[in-house]
Write a protein that binds this ligand. Structure first.
Ligand code: ADP
Ligand code: MG
Ligand code: MG
Length: 247
């Protein structure tokens, strides 16, 4: 589903990704772990098409198409969802406006009619209820003044509404308390665990993987995948630390 081959990318002329190769098949959840500064977030940004991240070598195909030639909105329309470590705040735009716009853009790309305000609200309320987010928060400006946990639940509402083919979730567990962690884990499983979907779950810690069991675990260090294994690799890393396992 997602094939990354020998990916090299740089920021301001500084090489960050240095020959990263990775394949995620439909139906799989892959975890990416690794030390600070390894290039994990950079990988997410490069896949999302963020300006300033220059690919200098390598290929990425998503569902058989060349992802790197697509503009960011085209990647989203193709079914790619990015969850950020630090979700953006959008003052002046309500959650409902933002989400409806995003969903209707996706529907347009598929040749489907836009959802009316009323129909959209039903969808949004159902997703908020499923993740345990107060529906009142749908009216507030996107993420403005939201706590860390609320931002991540809100991200799950976005993901539930868009129901993407593929999600890249960057440290979606950072700053979450136990209840929020469980809710987010349940959300990822409910929305993304399907035979025709895939997930790249970027995380520092094993704890999210107790809720979302990965099929494959990779260690990213120095801009490359240096080790790949099953769920037990995450436990090994937790016990031994990166230095030992990567050496
Ligand atoms: P990780 O998410 O694994 O902690 P990042 O992908 O955020 O790592 O960062 C990888 C490396 O790229 C780090 O050395 C970081 O300092 C560098 N880097 C990230 N963003 C920028 C930027 N905008 N300008 C220069 N260097 C950057
Ligand atoms: Mg980091
Ligand atoms: Mg990061």
């Amino acid at each position: 589903m997602l094939q990354i081959h020998n990916l090299h990318a740089e920021i301001d002329g500084k090489p960050i990704l240095k020959g990263l190769t990775l394949t995620v098949n439909a139906g799989e959840v892959h975890a990416i772990m690794g030390p600070n500064g390894a290039g994990k977030s950079t990988l997410g940004y490069v896949l999302g098409g963020r300006p300033g991240y220059e690919v200098t070598e390598g290929e990425v195909t998503f569902d058989g198409i060349d992802l790197l030639t697509l503009a960011p909105h085209e990647r989203a329309a193709a079914g790619l969802f990015l969850g950020f470590q630090y979700p953006v705040e959008i003052p002046g735009v309500s959650n409902v406006q933002f989400l409806r716009e995003a969903l209707n853009a996706q529907r347009k790309g598929r040749g489907e009619a836009p959802l009316s305000g009323g129909d959209f609200l039903k969808v949004a309320r159902a997703q908020a209820a499923a993740i345990g987010m107060d529906a009142e928060m749908l009216k507030r400006p996107v993420n403005v003044g939201f706590s860390g946990g609320e931002k991540k639940r809100n991200e799950m509402v976005q993901m539930g509404i868009l129901s993407p083919k593929f999600a890249i979730l960057d440290e979606t567990d950072s700053g979450l308390d136990i209840d929020a962690l469980r809710a987010v884990g349940d959300g990822i499983n409910r929305i993304m665990r399907a035979s025709d979907k895939g997930v790249l779950l970027i995380t520092h810690y094993q704890r999210l993987l107790d809720y979302v069991k990965p099929d494959v675990v990779h260690v990213l260090a120095g801009g490359r995948i240096v080790k790949t294994g099953g769920p037990e690799l995450a436990l090994e890393l937790e016990a031994a630390g990166y230095a030992e396992v990567v050496a």
